[in-house]
Design a protein around this ligand. Structure first.
Ligand code: B1M
Length: 835
């Protein structure tokens, strides 16, 4: 029997924390918990046993960080760590069960029903001095989950770990888990949907084990990369997870609050393994704010909100699990209460629902009839494609269609490149638009989220190729009403193809909620019946609860004043029940039709959006070509090439580099920083903005002329961003200015430990040290560095960075504070002239 036989029918209990308990048992900072599987196996097994006795029936193997990156240099292989972890978990079950069974039969005990297990264990327990209350009456089988945590590195394009490298890292651990006879795989503590996707793919491609996935959200229900609860859950479900949910994070009360959001989008059983509240420092020790009683109380709320697999994460111990199990004893999981099937697609931000408001899919990233885009594709100019995308989003598109098919170009490469670049600058969902199956698979694989796939049709070959890909990668699919007989010239004919597509999709395990039918708009100029056929198909499908999508502007091919025809047909289609349109959001007429329809149909309640858009709005023009961005906008939007080009233009217009920094770069980064602080922007956008700022600064550096040379050759300054801080843009500006004034700058880079600063000052006999810190949390590190410098050197210390003030600088014992790079030059001149 598998864990799936119990999942959703009985409450399953995970264990609690392992890491914090190993620390309590003497594991030192910097030691790998996974190495303890080998060096302190008995301690690990004892911890496992304590959880089983408390009522856990799924043990998480102690393999959270068992990947080749983290195990490097440990002296052990991933496989060794995993095999030892499973041996310890089995010993844990054995110790708790007191059956004396050999390791190999432990998994078989999973097939026994709860009453058999608890009966035999209670019998043994009375003799072994284990209180019968140590056994939870409704426990089903016993399982060991192969635990997969984050790799510890950021994935490209934001970090340097490539997606396929992440898949390969997880795959190695999964193969070891299969060898160790894992019962299921638990992908946990995921704060990036992309990394979760890599882990799920690795699990699916290297095993046939059930896969559970849990994410760590902040208090607003966001992942670090900006994804909502709904997005993460939709993506994991699409990729074939058997259970999804929450772990780690702020505590069980937060999980109880977020649970309903997951329930709206999935019927999968929900997991909850929260922390014992927030970790805080008390008398030099890390302690957790929620005690076992309070934890169990909140976990009852978690259960009531649909929790079917319950347990704990950091800070929890057997007392937590025991009380949690006791509180929920005798209960069955509450069945999912989704009101209706949800059709939605995602990037890595918020999902787009095919619901009350019709969905707009921007059509402009399609080279047909667009010479400039063709040229951009041929030149590999992804910045142009990104600008096309951003403009459409700015004009109201919810999803971007991405079609890069061009004769003579390798679509496998261009489509993947376009998808990657677009996902680097926008969290919005993309529609992957191709009939090239390899290009389709490549793009689906590297896509971050649950994509929309355009398209499948009713031909057997198309369905045989597309449906397995859609199923594997969890895409929603556009089904075209055409097959080997062509496009039927009747509504009945097209509806028959739609039915065939939906039925065949079901054979591949794809729910009809994930199929959107395109009735196919054919031009009215060749047959006047064409629009009526489309409208009839849309109406009929609407009645059956099937969503539709249509490229509306095809209706006007061959006619003059196409915008007029398109917008009228668009309004007619929306009135017939069209769910989504592939259209040009930069056509004002189309957008007027859309917004008017939403106001008139009640989708825009109280006409709020209509009024917000048109009250006092200047008359908008239809955009013809893709626009150029200012340096400020290019940085805010994270467009590196545009940023470089805009900087060159500003320099050509004789703007001084420092003015460009102060008037464009810093205000743009402040805007991004503000958005980040308010959670309207997320880490990916912050990183892209920083890259764009760097591209601008690289141009400025080329142009910056040497200064007045007042610094004497040999005047050396050591410069560093303090330990724990990686913000180095400001430091780099200071460096260039100091160099321009003739100083020799020893740049130690970012995240520099105090000792390295001391060593550099001693080595270079530097009379001045410059330190930068940008975060409130790294001011302490600045203070440590100053204190080390004071103990060992008599150098002058200048501090700067956005978080610094004169008062702070004085309080932590710096000699000087400079609010900007020019002030840093003034200070250096003062020091070296006084020499
Ligand atoms: Co981050 N970041 N960031 N970030 N980031 C801030 C600082 C933040 C205020 C944003 C926010 O929340 N609103 C916030 C800190 C909050 C706090 O104080 N606690 C923050 C956070 C939270 C984070 C992360 C933790 C996010 C995360 O991962 N969850 C993470 C931290 C990683 C770490 O450091 N351990 C992080 C990461 C990043 C990026 C990597 C994405 C990127 C940095 C890329 C890079 O530097 N290579 C980044 C960016 C770009 C920012 C903002 C948006 C911009 C910083 C910047 O470059 N400003 C920033 C928000 C903001 O400041 N508005 C933010 C422009 C730069 C020219 O100014 O460095 O101040 P500044 O330099 C000025 C002056 O201060 C002075 O001269 C310069 C020119 O006039 N100056 C000196 C600087 N050093 C000097 C030294 C001197 C003299 C003058 O003498 C020695």
């Amino acid at each position: 029997m598998s864990v799936l036989d119990f999942l959703g029918k009985e409450i399953l209990y995970f264990d609690g924390a392992m890491g914090t308990r190993l620390q309590a048992a003497g594991m030192k900072p910097g030691e790998l918990p996974e190495v303890w599987n080998i060096t302190h196996g008995d301690v690990v097994a004892e911890i496992h046993a304590s959880y089983v006795k408390a009522g856990a029936n799924i043990l998480k193997s102690n393999t959270f960080g068992a990947n080749a990156l983290k195990m490097q240099g440990s002296g052990y292989t991933v496989e060794e760590a995993v095999l030892a972890a499973f041996a310890n978990a089995r010993k844990g079950f054995q110790k708790a069960n007191e059956t004396g069974q050999p390791d190999s039969v432990i998994s078989d005990s999973a097939s026994r029903s709860f009453s058999e297990i608890s009966g035999s264990l209670q019998g043994k327990a009375s003799g072994a001095g284990i209180a019968s209350s140590d056994f939870i009456k409704k426990a089903p089988g016993q399982f060991i989950a192969l635990d997969l945590g984050p790799t510890g590195k950021l994935l490209a394009p934001y970090g340097d770990l490539q997606f396929e490298e992440a898949v390969a890292l997880y795959a190695e651990t999964v193969r070891a888990g299969v060898k160790a006879k894992a019962d299921l795989i638990l992908v946990e503590t995921m704060s990036d949907t992309y990394e979760a996707k890599a882990a799920i793919l690795a699990a699916k491609e290297n095993s046939d084990l059930p896969v559970f996935v849990s994410f760590t959200f902040d208090k607003d229900g966001k992942l670090l990369n900006g994804a909502d609860v709904e997005t993460a859950v939709l993506m994991a479900e699409g990729l074939g997870a058997d259970a999804v949910g929450f772990n780690c994070g702020l505590g069980p009360d937060l999980v109880a609050r977020l649970m309903p959001r997951a329930r709206v989008v999935t019927e999968l059983p929900l997991i909850a393994n929260p922390n014992a509240g927030l970790p805080v420092e008390k008398e030099g020790k890390t302690v957790f704010t929620t005690g076992p009683e309070e934890f169990a109380e909140y976990m009852l709320d978690v259960y009531r909100e649909g929790g079917a697999v319950l347990g704990g994460c950091c800070g929890t111990d057997p007392d937590y699990i025991r009380l949690l199990a006791a509180r929920t004893q005798g209960q069955k999981p509450i069945a999912a209460q989704r009101h209706r099937a949800v059709t939605a697609v995602t990037g890595y931000g918020a999902p787009v629902y095919f619901d009350k408001m019709p969905v707009l899919i921007g059509e402009r990233i399609n080279p047909t009839g667009k010479p400039l885009l063709k040229e951009a594709l041929r030149n590999g100019d992804m910045d142009y494609i990104c600008r096309l995308g951003l403009e459409q989003l700015d004009h109201g598109a919810h999803i971007l269609d991405v079609n890069t098919g061009l004769p003579g170009l390798d679509e496998r490469e261009t489509l993947s490149k376009a998808v990657t670049h677009l996902q680097a600058i926008t969290p919005a969902p993309l529609e992957i638009d191709t009939s090239h199956y390899e290009a389709m698979e490549n793009a689906l694989r590297l896509y971050n989220g649950k994509p929309l796939l355009n398209s499948v049709n009713g031909k057997p070959e198309s369905m045989e190729q597309v449906f397995p890909l859609a199923k594997k990668y969890g895409a929603a699919v556009v089904g075209l009403c055409l097959d080997e007989t062509g496009i039927p010239d009747s509504a009945e004919g097209r509806l028959a193809i739609a039915e065939k597509i939906i039925a065949t999709a079901a054979d591949y395990g794809i729910d009809k909620k994930d199929i959107l039918i395109d009735p196919l708009a054919l031009t009215v100029s060749t047959d006047s019946r064409n629009p009526a056929i489309d409208l009839a198909v849309i109406k009929a499908l609407k009645e059956k609860g099937i969503h539709t999508v249509m490229g509306v502007s095809n209706i006007s091919f061959g006619l003059p004043n196409r915008d007029a025809v398109n917008s009228t047909f668009f309004a007619m289609s929306l009135a017939a029940g069209l769910s989504s349109a592939i259209m040009n959001p930069q056509s004002e007429r189309m957008m007027e039709a859309y917004r008017s329809f939403c106001a008139l149909s009640g989708a825009d309640e109280g006409c709020k959006e209509f009024v917000a858009r048109y009250a006092n709005a200047p008359k908008a023009k239809n955009a013809a070509a893709v626009s150029e961005y200012t340096l400020y906008d290019a940085i805010v939007k994270g467009l590196t090439e545009q940023s470089g080009a805009a900087t060159v233009k500003l320099l050509e217009e004789k703007n001084a580099p420092l003015d460009i920094i102060n008037q464009y770069i810093i205000p743009a980064l402040n805007t991004v920083g503000e958005g980040f602080g308010k959670k309207t922007l997320f880490l990916p956008q912050l990183l892209m903005a920083a890259d764009a700022a760097k591209a601008s600064f690289d141009e400025l550096k080329k142009q910056m002329q040497a200064g007045d040379g007042s610094g004497e050759p040999g005047d050396t300054i050591v410069l560093a961003v303090v330990k724990g801080d990686i913000h180095d843009i400001g430091k780099n500006i200071v460096k260039v200015l100091w160099e321009n004034y003739g100083y020799h700058v020893v740049d130690l880079g970012k995240d520099v430990p105090p000792q390295s600063v001391v060593e550099a000052v001693e080595k270079h006999h530097a009379k001045l040290v410059g330190l930068t810190a940008l975060m409130t949390t790294t001011v302490a590190s600045m203070e440590d560095t100053i204190s080390e410098l004071r103990k060992n050197t008599d150098t002058k210390i200048l501090v700067g960075g956005a978080v610094m003030t004169k008062e702070y600088a004085d309080a932590i014992g710096a000699d000087g504070y400079a609010p900007d790079a020019v002030a840093a030059v003034d200070y250096a001149n003062k020091i070296f002239k006084e020499k």
